[in-house]
Structures are given as structure tokens and as C-alpha cells.
Design a protein around this ligand. Structure first.
Ligand SMILES: N[C@@H](CCC(=O)N[C@@H](CS)C(=O)NCC(=O)O)C(=O)O
Length: 213
């Protein structure tokens, strides 16, 4: 079988999600760093992998795949089932809603390209970035915390096993800590993230573990 290659960036939360999924399934792969700070994601070589100029991209089964959530579902469908999504439709809907609240509503407005443009438009540089991150990550996680006030929340976002929702939550918590978001008010999120972070698949995917030396 062809080698599986993950094109990612150590601090990218979308890449972090896919690393957790690959590790959870024990899928052997090689990582190729795409340095966002050097603009490598906009180079023709990477645009051939992902015309959106974003990471991650995964070469697998003779295909180049983009979009972290769809990649994770593909991995579960072809290398699992690993229960990344619950078996029951209402459970699947809830896990997708939690995952999307992060991946589609918090993450895009906090992306490098978007925030770089905000800094440029406001002319306030780092100060604008810091305020922006705290506002949008804080508001977004506040909504997620309320979504987790649900009897279906267990040790993890949904029940007793990690799902796509947890794969999105942990990288977002990493970012929240990075930008100094006040996390004390999010007790459910903190407790779920702590349980996940103790698992080897999450630990091996952590940015500090994969950061180029
Ligand atoms: N929806 C995409 C988002 C990918 C994405 O936005 N990746 C970020 C890093 S986490 C990126 O490449 N940012 C580059 C930029 O904003 O210029 C996914 O889930 O894969």
C-alpha cells in the first residue's frame, strides 16, 4: 500500500485534529511540514495539493484529500470503524454540531489569513490580534460550554469515548490557552480536554510534540 503523507503545520489546529485521528487509528504516516509563517501554503507546490492554500492535506489511497473533518470521517470509514461518530443519527447530529461549532464558526475567523487582514485594516497590529482572538474564541467556547450542558455529555463531549467533537475541542483549547482566553469559566470544556490530553493519541499529536526542532 502507498505511503500515507500528511502535509501539515505544527500549530495548525485543523492539522492537529487529523493527527489525533491518524494516531487514534494507529495509521502509519509521514508528516511533511508546510510552514505557514513562511507562506509555504500559498506556493504552487502546495496549491496543487490544496487549491484553498490551507493545511492539512492528506495523501492516501492514491488521492489527495483536504478538509480535516471530511478526512477524519474518511479515516473512520476506511480504517475503522473507530466510533469517531456515534452509531445513532441523533448522536451523530450532536457530535457534528459540536465539531462544526468549533471548526466552522470559531476556527475560520481566527485563521492566520483573516486575522492578518484585520491587523492590516485596523493598523493596530498585535493588539488587534490579541483582542480579536480573545473575543471570538471566548464567545465561541462559551456557546460550546452551553452545548455541553446536555445529559449526553459524558467523560468526553458525547458519551464515554472520544469523537470528532473532542478532536476539534482539544486543538481549540490549545489555541485558547495560547491567546490567554479565560478558561476558568468553562468547567465542562476543561474537564473533557484534560481527559483527552491524557490519551496517547492526543499526546502524540500535540503541537509541542510535532514542532520542528
Ligand atoms: N476547513 C479547513 C480549514 C483549514 C485551515 O484553515 N487551516 C489553517 C491552519 S489551522 C490554514 O491553513 N491557515 C492558513 C491561512 O489562514 O492563511 C479544514 O478543516 O481543514
Amino acid at each position: 500500500m502507498d505511503e500515507i503523507v500528511l502535509y501539515d503545520y505544527w500549530r495548525s489546529s485543523a492539522s492537529y485534529r487529523v493527527r489525533i485521528a491518524l494516531n487514534s487509528l494507529g495509521v502509519a504516516h509521514r508528516r511533511v511540514p508546510v510552514n505557514l509563517l513562511e507562506g509555504a501554503h500559498k506556493a504552487p507546490e502546495h496549491l496543487d495539493r490544496n487549491p484553498q492554500g490551507l493545511v492539512p492535506a492528506l495523501r492516501i489511497d492514491g488521492l489527495m484529500m483536504t478538509q480535516s473533518l471530511s478526512i477524519i470521517e474518511y479515516l473512520d470509514e476506511t480504517r475503522g470503524p473507530a466510533g469517531f461518530l456515534p452509531a445513532d443519527p441523533p448522536g451523530r447530529q450532536r457530535v457534528r454540531a459540536l465539531a462544526q461549532a468549533i471548526a466552522m464558526d470559531i476556527h475560520p475567523v481566527c485563521n492566520l489569513g483573516v486575522v492578518g487582514h484585520v491587523m492590516e485594516l485596523t493598523g493596530r497590529g498585535e493588539a488587534a490580534r490579541a483582542e480579536w482572538m480573545v473575543k471570538f474564541i471566548g464567545e465561541g467556547l462559551s456557546a460550546v460550554e452551553r452545548m455541553l450542558e446536555d445529559p449526553r455529555t459524558g467523560t468526553f463531549c458525547h458519551g464515554e469515548g472520544p469523537s470528532i467533537a473532542d478532536f476539534c475541542l482539544v486543538p481549540q483549547v490549545y489555541n485558547a490557552d495560547r491567546w490567554g482566553v479565560d478558561m476558568a469559566r468553562f468547567s465542562r470544556i476543561r474537564s473533557i480536554a484534560a481527559v483527552c490530553e491524557a490519551l496517547p493519541a492526543f499526546q502524540a499529536a500535540h503541537p509541542e510534540r510535532v514542532k520542528p526542532q
